[in-house]
Design a protein around this ligand. Structure first.
Ligand code: GTP
Ligand code: MG
Length: 381
């Protein structure tokens, strides 16, 4: 047991700093992590095909189903996760391109409509069409069937600037603050990230900074147990003062004392219109910097792919409040509108935010660093 707040100096000189620790920084690391799922004899191709054949209503649970039986490669997971987008976008594009007709204005218009229905947004759709027209000219394309690979190329070019992996070696501990609106997948992404970083040889500590929602603490503790990592959580007693800034402050101190590589700090979901909560999250960030100068080293905004164009509004509002450094796009498996990734690019043509990870299912392995080629390949047949 330890209490970092008692040993902290100059507390009264720091107005942003929490005045009392409401924490019970126990170690929740007794239980073993999930065991590896052993492969069976079914081929991966068969396996994906089978999962893809599921009806729309069952597709959301497909990742779980496949986890129970056979682990898929990451590329296959993304392919499976993007089944809906591929079925929607891929089918429409095949219809448009396979006829082998002429490349004319009508075709461009139809293509624009298809892109917009996949949630690419007007800016990105316009950019893609401009790029495509250039390719048609420079490569001398004349037949619609040649457009598919050209469009793929344009999409990869558009999405490539989002592909910037997260370097966590710059600081120890490297403090990552996770934010976003309610229910987008923040806590689940932390669970997945814990596993991801551990599998890359990093030690991880979780901070249960969502002191608002009932059971948020328990949810994070469960992820901690599953990954066999420490969770710094507030005391759950009803009379305890639960201050998210205090929890994360203690977690950063704990990580420093223990030589932990990465701190993942959960925060409560909030709407961008809840101005007092947007102020609160700014304070949380300021307090983290009191525990460790320059921290948080990464402010990750989690976006739900189903949100559509509203994702763009969320990026802007959270960025204004917190200077977001990276994004996680979750629930790509539950949407036919994976094109929202392009919408983010369309809004920031000069310098788009880094899309660090994408979530393609509820399982602990369903998170993957964003890779433009892989993503575009998975979007098309
Ligand atoms: N299909 C799918 N579901 C996901 C994904 N990521 C998260 N979820 C689910 O989304 C739901 C909400 O996830 P949470 O992690 O609790 O979301 P949150 O942002 O922490 O929610 P609040 O703390 O209440 O704001 C859960 O049922 C998750 O299993 C994903 O990539 N795919
Ligand atoms: Mg949560």
């Amino acid at each position: 047991m330890f209490n970092f707040f008692k040993s902290k100096k100059k507390q009264s000189e720091q107005p942003d700093q929490p005045q009392e620790s409401a924490l019970n920084p126990e170690v929740f690391a007794d239980k073993a992590a999930d065991t590896e799922v052993m492969p069976d004899t079914q081929s991966e191709t068969e396996h994906i095909a089978q999962a893809e054949q599921q009806t729309d209503s069952s597709i959301e649970s497909s990742a779980e189903t496949t986890e129970d039986t056979k682990p898929l490669s990451f590329v296959s997971k993304i392919r499976l996760g993007l089944s809906r987008t591929r079925q929607n976008l891929g089918k429409q594009l095949s219809g448009l391109f396979s006829g082998g007709g002429k490349i004319d204005e009508e075709l461009y218009e139809e293509l624009e409509t298809i892109l917009l229905t996949a949630d690419t947004g007007v800016e990105a759709a316009t950019q893609l069409l401009e790029d495509l027209r250039k390719q048609v000219k420079s490569k001398g394309l004349s037949d619609a069937s040649q457009l598919k690979s050209a469009l793929k190329e344009s999409l990869i070019d558009l999405l490539k600037p989002l592909e910037r992996s997260l370097d966590t070696t710059t600081n120890k501990p490297f403090v990552i603050m996770i934010t976003g609106v309610n229910g987008v997948g923040k806590t689940t992404s932390i669970g997945k990230l814990a596993k991801y970083f551990q599998s890359h040889g990093k030690s991880v500590l979780l901070a249960a900074g969502d002191t608002f929602r009932a059971a948020a603490r328990e949810q994070l503790i469960a992820w901690g147990e599953r990954n066999n990592v420490t969770v710094i959580a507030p005391d759950s007693g009803p009379d305890k003062k639960n201050d998210p800034a205090a929890v994360i402050f203690d977690a950063v101190n704990a990580a420093q004392a223990r030589g932990i590589d990465i701190v993942l700090a959960d925060t409560a979901g909030r709407l961008t219109t809840q101005l007092h909560l947007m102020e609160e999250i700014k304070k949380v960030k300021r307090v983290i910097a009191k525990a460790m100068p320059d921290a948080p080293h990464e402010v990750l905004l989690v976006l739900d792919a189903n949100t559509g164009q509203n994702a763009v509004t969320q990026v802007r509002a959270f960025d204004e409040a917190l200077e977001v450094t990276g994004l996680i796009l979750t629930k790509l498996d539950g949407t036919a509108k994976g094109g929202v990734v392009a919408a983010i690019c369309g809004q920031y043509p000069e310098n788009p935010p880094a899309l660090r990870f994408i979530g393609v299912g509820e399982g602990v392995d369903d998170l993957r660093p964003f890779n433009a080629e892989e993503f575009v390949d998975a979007m098309f047949d």
